[in-house]
Each structure stands twice: as C-alpha cells, then as structure tokens.
Design a protein around this ligand. Structure first.
Ligand code: XIL
Length: 358
C-alpha cells in the first residue's frame, strides 16, 4: 500500500501535539488486543497485499504441525503457501490409486484459516515418484492413463482452493534439450500439453505453470522454454504462467533476469518467482549477509518490475528447515529468517523489494 506507507512517513515526521500523544497512549492502553495485523503494511504480506501480489513460502508438514514460532512467522509474513513436499506424487499416491491427502489437506486448511492462497506443487516431475510408478514398467498408454488420473484426482480435489499449479516441473537440460524422465522418455514432449489440458479441465480457474530452475537468466535453457511456451500458446494449450525457481548463490542473481522474465510476460504469460533462496558458503560472514540482502531486493524487484509478475515465493521461512545444507554441501543460511526466527538482513532486502517506496 504505497500511499498509506508514504502517508505514515509524512505523519511520523511531524511532531504530535501533547494532547494527541496522551490520547494515543490511552488508546494503546485501552486496546491490548492490538496485533501485528494492525501494522500489516510493515510485514511482507502487508506490502504484497498492497500491490496485489503474492508473497509465499514453501511449508514443510513437520514444522507446520509442531513449531509455533514457525507458524507465527509464516502467518504474519506470507499471503501464499506452497507444499514443500506434501503434494508431490510420492506423498499423495504412495500406491496406485491409493491416495493419502493428510499432509496436503492440513496445509490447505491452514492456508484457508490464515487468509493464504495455495500454490500447488507439483504434478508431472521426474523426481519424488513412488516406486510402484518408477519401477512399474508401464506401457505408454498405461502411463498416459496413470498421469491423467493422477492429475484429475489431485487437481479435482483442490479445485477452487489452489490458485496456481506447477503442472510440469524441471523438463529441460541445461543445454535446452528435453530432460530424460519417465514422462519424456515414454510419452514424448506431448505429455506437457496433455498434462496442462487435463489440469485445466479439472480446475478451469487455476493458473497453470511450467516451473524450472536455471531459467532466470537469458540462456540456452530459458531459450528452449521460451520456444516451447510460444508453441503451446500458438496451439491453444492452457498454459498461463512460468515459474522461475530462483535457487541462487549469494552475489549471483543473473544480470539478465528482469529482461528474461519480461520476454515471457510479453507473451501474455504470468511470471512468478517460485522457490527463491540465496545460499551462502558456511559460515556466512556479515559481508555475505549484506550481499544476500541486496540480492533478495534485486531478485524480487526483477519480478515485480515486470508487468505480469504474480508474486514471489521463498523456499522456506527460516534457515532451521531449509533444504540447502542437505543438498548443497557446505552451503546454508539461504532464507530471510535465521534458525531462531530472527529476521536477517535478507528479510529487510526482501521487504524493501516489496515496498514500492523503498
Ligand atoms: C525439495 C524439498 O525442499 C526437499 O525437502 C525434498 O527433499 C526435495 O525437494 N526444486 C523443486 C522442489 O521443484 O520441489 C525441490 O524441493 C527443490 C528443487
């Protein structure tokens, strides 16, 4: 809310008459129920709401269930959530036709109770597949049926509750060729259009995305995705957005990021930063934390400065549960909050990126 913020600043700089100060103190004393919501414009979600965009976080089921410091920060700061794992194939369909919605339902219920939208993640991916599917030696026609029925069931279950789906995840190699996967190898590239059509039939209101990493810069991989997206749109396939995961290394936000997002936006597609984190070699120095703060600001502005940017999701809330140390050995400290839920300089960078007056 740019105007409110600017007005607040103007008002704050003018000294208040003593009687008004007295009235304010009395009001504060009389209103012990004042919550952080009263200062919503100064939270990440306050700024995002004011701009009509999403600020999201990936949410793990375990901290959601057991860590109230985590949920306090999550619900104060974020107006969108993504299931970090709970909506992936191995989690929801551990046996063929045998669905387990417990963790996914928990997140959707939490989001609805806290005024948060849900990004669905993810339907057709090469990873986190259950072994019955990975090792099932299915024919192309069986696999087609399996994929369709999975999409019908999952998207159908959350119809009206998920505002955007990462229908397809990580389909390209770095050189722009199609990445090998169960789907690509058996069904060919046509599975992408089919998956998008099936998802659209199951929930016509959900925005349907292709999501990937290392596509933030203008490079061979993003060129290939751009060509595919253009072709899908020309073929009338319901593709609505591109998700730029944005798993960055400190100091390495690509200089071509904004121009690259803009070319996708110029096709009429939404663009979203879907999995932002900025990893630092451990232990993180104060210079690196300051650089990370600048990087959070730049990365978020690179999206929000583009016409069809729908929002930014960070891949976790606090360093306590981040996937980074387990995946990129020697790296960590990638998120806006530290392990004790103290806001890092990165939080201020992200906040300034969202605040149009900063
Ligand atoms: C990661 C999760 O954060 C981990 O908990 C899990 O063990 C592996 O997957 N790209 C994606 C996400 O699209 O689904 C991945 O999430 C991170 C990379």
């Amino acid at each position: 809310m740019p105007h409110t913020t600017a007005a607040h600043r103007r008002r704050a700089s003018r000294p208040l008459p003593l009687v008004a100060v007295g009235a304010l103190v009395a009001a504060a004393v009389a209103l012990p129920q004042l919550t952080p919501d009263a200062f919503a414009a100064t939270t990440l979600r306050g700024y995002a709401d004011g701009r009509g965009v999403r600020i999201g976080a990936a949410v793990g089921d375990s901290p959601l269930r057991s860590d109230s410091a985590y949920t306090t920060a999550l619900d104060r700061e974020f107006n969108s959530v993504t299931a970090e794992n709970a909506m992936k194939w191995d989690a929801v369909e551990p046996s063929r036709g045998g669905f387990d919605w417990a963790a996914a339902d928990r997140l959707v219920a939490h989001a609805s109770a806290h005024g948060q939208g849900v990004r669905g993640h993810t339907l057709a991916w090469y990873a986190q597949l259950p072994s019955w599917l990975k090792n099932g030696n299915f024919s192309a026609s069986e696999l087609n049926t399996i994929l369709k029925s999975h999409i019908d069931t999952e998207v159908g279950r959350y119809k009206g509750k998920v505002y955007a789906w990462d229908v397809v995840n990580e389909t390209f190699n770095e050189d722009g060729s199609m990445r090998g996967s169960l789907w690509q190898d058996k069904l060919g590239t046509g599975y992408i259009a089919n998956a998008l059509r099936w998802a659209h039939a199951a929930d016509p209101a959900a925005k349907l995305y292709i999501n990937d990493y290392n596509i933030e810069a203008d490079n061979a991989k993003s060129d290939a995705l751009y060509a595919l997206a253009k072709q899908l749109l020309a073929d009338g396939v319901p593709l609505h957005g591109i998700g730029f995961q944005s798993h960055f290394v400190v100091g390495q936000v690509p200089s071509t990021m904004k121009a690259n997002l803009k070319r996708f936006s110029d096709l009429g597609l939404e663009v979203s930063v879907t999995e932002l984190d900025i990893r630092i070699p451990l232990p993180a120095s104060s210079d690196e934390l300051a650089q990370q703060s600048a990087d959070y600001k730049t990365a978020s502005e690179n999206c929000l400065g583009v016409a069809r940017c729908a929002g930014i999701t960070v891949w976790g809330v606090s360093d306590k549960y981040s996937w980074i140390p387990g995946t990129f050995s020697g790296y960590g400290a990638a998120l806006p909050y530290n392990e004790s839920y103290a806001a890092k300089p990165a939080y201020t960078g992200l906040s300034n990126g969202l605040d149009p007056t900063a």
